[in-house]
Design a protein around this ligand. Sequence first.
Ligand code: HEC
Length: 139
Amino acid sequence: MSFSFKIGFFSFLLLAVHLQHCNQTTHATKEEHIEVSVDSTNAITSVDTEAFEANSNVTRTVLITHCGSCHQSTLPTQKAGAIAVFDLDKNDAWHEDLLEEHLEGIGNRLLNKSDITEAQKEAIATFIEAKAKQLEHEP
Ligand code: HEC
């Protein structure tokens, strides 16, 4: 699977989240739209660190709720295989062991959940896209 295909996939996720969001009829709360450049030639410098950390934290919080039992190293229910993929107890460094092939699995497992807000889905999709670019540039 080529990288450009994957970026296409992640952009699609992001678009799907945007569309869902626009279709919502609930009253609008204050939103922050975080722009991520799709031009991968300049990816490292164009991905704003603060926005990346904010989206990373939202993703981690959602993961703790749904996946923490096995993916948190301080819990007795943790699984070594799960910790090797990502450890939610490593705080901001929780994603440092992730490989590109894990990102799609995280997206698929989180983005279809009904108890996640649209703002959270948008942050997760943006995080996944930014992390994919980071991995492409720093394998
Ligand atoms: C019951 C324990 C458990 C829970 C809960 C769990 N995982 Fe995992 N996960 C594992 C284990 C163990 C592995 C190591 C690979 C394997 O054995 O399948 C793993 C591997 C993974 C991988 C890498 C392999 C793959 O299948 O892509 C991803 C990505 C992943 N988990 C995401 C998640 C997400 C997202 C959630 C929450 C929605 C979650 N996991 C919840 C136990 C769990």
